[in-house]
Ligand binder design. Structure first.
Ligand code: ZN
Length: 271
């Protein structure tokens, strides 16, 4: 059951999954409602695999977890692949200190409800999401909007954000500024913005906003989608590699952090 990773079809890159999410309205929402316990990247990875195999999206579990739920995986079903974090240790040759770091591996060990039979499942409830809880959990401070330029919707400084009280799409702006803090400003020295072109920073923040707005069913996703598509067509003539793989990974991770931080319940999650 464990090591089908070598046999499974090539796993799409995160940038390709992000382009899917940007170009297909409704995809993120569908992935979130079926797979909200998993990270945003894994949700889309699971959904894309379901679509490729013609499987109805639904709850996913490992083989033993389905057994605990008194359901069994049907004969001949192939596991879905998700990305899992693993903690590794490495000993520094010079100082002889041991460092731990997180690495990611792809494992084919999940099955969707439609691949199983057995006892009925309890209905799944999707946890509530609250903006103030998210801000607090992320140790970010909301400060008052002190810009005189009314066209500015919001801004981020180190670990502070401000949203224009007249912002047209306040949730979109909130997610965008939270993303800047997580990805660009929290180190204080803008180290990221020096190496990441300004326009790419904006696309990263706007992509996080898109993933959050659409997952949570909040207004703003259409605007983000338009902005990112416009940027992609300018940068690359709209090829899947418009967004660098590293940026795509950062975007998925930040969206995931924001969504988890605002949730009403703490989940025991695989990833
Ligand atoms: Zn921005």
């Amino acid at each position: 059951m464990e090591n089908h990773a070598n046999q499974s079809p090539a796993i799409p890159k995160w940038s390709a999954l992000l382009v899917e999410a940007v170009t297909k309205p409704g995809l993120i929402m569908k992935a979130y409602s079926a797979f909200h316990q998993y990270s945003v990247g894994n949700q889309i990875l699971a959904l894309v695999q379901c679509q490729m195999r013609g499987l109805q999206p639904g709850p996913i579990n490992t083989f033993p977890k389905w057994k605990d739920l008194r359901r069994f995986v049907k004969r001949g079903e192939r596991a879905l692949t998700l990305c899992m974090p693993i903690t590794c240790k490495r000993r520094d040759e010079h100082s002889d200190e041991e460092h731990t770091f997180t690495s990611f591996v792809y494992k084919a060990r999940w099955f969707v409800l439609a691949q199983t039979d057995g006892q009925e499942l309890e209905p799944i409830t999707i946890p509530d999401w609250d903006a103030e809880r998210a801000i607090k959990t992320l140790s970010i401070e909301r400060v008052s909007f002190d810009h005189t330029d009314g066209n500015i919707q919001g801004f981020a400084r180190r670990r502070q954000i401000a949203i224009n009280p007249l912002a047209q799409l306040p949730y979109k702006t909130l997610f965008h500024e939270l993303a800047h803090v997580i990805l660009h400003t929290s180190e204080g020295d803008f180290t990221d913005t020096e190496t990441t072109p300004r326009s790419l920073c904006e696309v990263e923040a706007e992509s996080v906003a898109l993933l959050c707005c659409e997952s949570l069913g909040l207004e703003g996703a259409d605007y983000c989608r338009g902005y990112i598509q416009n940027w992609m067509s300018r940068e690359s003539g709209f090829k899947a590699d418009a967004i660098p793989e590293k940026s795509a990974q950062k975007i998925f991770r930040a969206a995931d952090q924001i969504i988890r931080a605002g949730r009403s319940e703490v989940h025991s999650v695989t990833n």
